[in-house]
Design a protein around this ligand. Structure first.
Ligand SMILES: [Zn+2]
Length: 379
């Protein structure tokens, strides 16, 4: 079958408008949540858009998000639009509904960045900020290397040299983990988890609490991009070993795809420590009335990296644009193009694979959700 990639949009605004129009045309119940704290590059309004498909009293719901990491949303947005336009809403199994959320982080999506308007990584932000934040003592030592005033050869060489010294002392995984596990001490640094809940997190909480209040089974797919590849999928399930959530995910998407060996291999290393991710936040928010299963699903997108500095480059560019040069710097256009090429490449092979793999995943998840609902009803 010919795979259409027309569902890909060139800008956040186009993607958002197409999502809303297609959802309405397919009979969806559409809501818009405007972000009052930020605007887009052309001063445009930013919003998280929601569309409900299927019966309002469905006991089983697929919650599907995109754009948690801003610019990673181009692929997820295309996956959603393709599902809506290719007859997805009309072919839902009985008792099953889909709640699609478009652009959880509309600021990042619109500006082609990963973090929010406050440089916050939303997948480190959903936790109790009144409590003591998770520690990350090693990050302090790496931060200056990741945050040069200029991204030039000297800065790259310093990162490689000093990084090698730190790796020799602490081990490779500990350094990778310190960079990406999230930190709560450097607002201008990498994977900053914030010191309060972001607008996006609070909006998501409200949506989950009101829209999923009657739900008994929640399936969750959060579309992302970034790892090296060409549209292949990586299922990052955050349910613990032996849990019913992990068993469901394996049943839908395959035990091999969910095995930690397979995931670590695709991811490139053992997965880092995590705190404050959406997956756990949503699970907890529905835990008194619903069972929960799902995954962060990555569409591989970036080109092969030659070394550690290369692998960190787009994050360094984003940070530089935010805190050193500014988004209106002479370098901005080419830096943003580089970032976009990693998260949302325009290659036809990538786009085709995204649509093909998204269709398969939606079909597997909805069939699995219907089966799960039936099994629970029979108990
Ligand atoms: Zn991501």
């Amino acid at each position: 079958m010919m795979i259409e990639t027309a569902a890909f949009s060139d800008t956040y605004t186009t993607a958002r408008d197409r999502f809303g129009e297609a959802a309405l045309a397919a009979g969806g119940d559409v809501q818009q949540f405007v972000n009052p704290n930020a605007t887009g590059p052309a001063g445009e309004t930013l919003s998280l858009d929601a569309a409900w498909f299927g019966p309002r009293d469905a006991s089983a719901v697929l919650l599907n998000t995109c754009g948690t990491h801003g610019a990673e949303g181009f692929a997820g947005s295309a996956a959603q639009l393709d599902w809506i336009q290719s007859g997805g809403p009309a072919s839902l199994p009985p008792g099953v509904a889909v709640l699609m959320l478009h652009a959880v982080n509309p600021f990042g999506f619109a500006w082609c960045l990963r973090g929010t308007e406050n440089n916050v990584d939303l997948n480190r932000n959903w936790l109790d900020h009144g409590a003591v934040h998770p520690e990350n003592p090693l990050y302090e030592q790496i931060h200056p290397l990741l945050c040069p005033k200029r991204i030039d050869e000297k800065a790259i060489q310093r990162l490689l040299d000093e990084g090698a010294r730190l790796i020799a002392k602490h081990g490779l995984w500990s350094i990778e983990d310190a960079i990406s596990r999230g930190q709560y001490t450097h607002p201008d640094g990498f994977h900053f988890g914030g010191t309060s809940l972001e607008w996006s997190t609070k909006t998501l909480q409200t949506i989950v609490q009101t829209e999923l209040a009657q739900t008994r089974q929640v399936a969750f797919i959060d579309w992302h991009t970034g790892p090296v590849g060409d549209g292949e999928l990586i299922f990052l399930c955050f349910s613990p070993a032996g849990s019913s959530g992990l068993a469901q995910a394996k049943h839908w998407w395959g035990a091999d795809a969910l095995s930690s060996e397979h995931v670590d291999q695709l991811w490139g290393s053992k997965r880092p420590t995590r705190h404050g991710i959406l997956f756990w936040g949503i699970e907890e928010a529905v835990s008194d009335h619903a069972t929960f299963a799902g995954a962060v699903v990555e569409f591989c997108s970036a080109s092969t990296k030659s070394n550690a500095a290369d692998a960190l480059r787009v994050s360094m560019l984003e940070r530089w644009l935010r805190f050193e040069g500014g988004l209106d710097a002479p370098e901005a256009a080419s830096y943003l193009a580089e970032i976009r090429e990693d998260y949302a490449p325009e290659r036809e092979s990538f786009r085709t694979n995204v649509i093909r793999n998204a269709r398969m995943t939606y079909a597997q998840t909805l069939a699995g959700l219907a089966e799960w609902r039936g099994a629970d009803a029979a108990d």
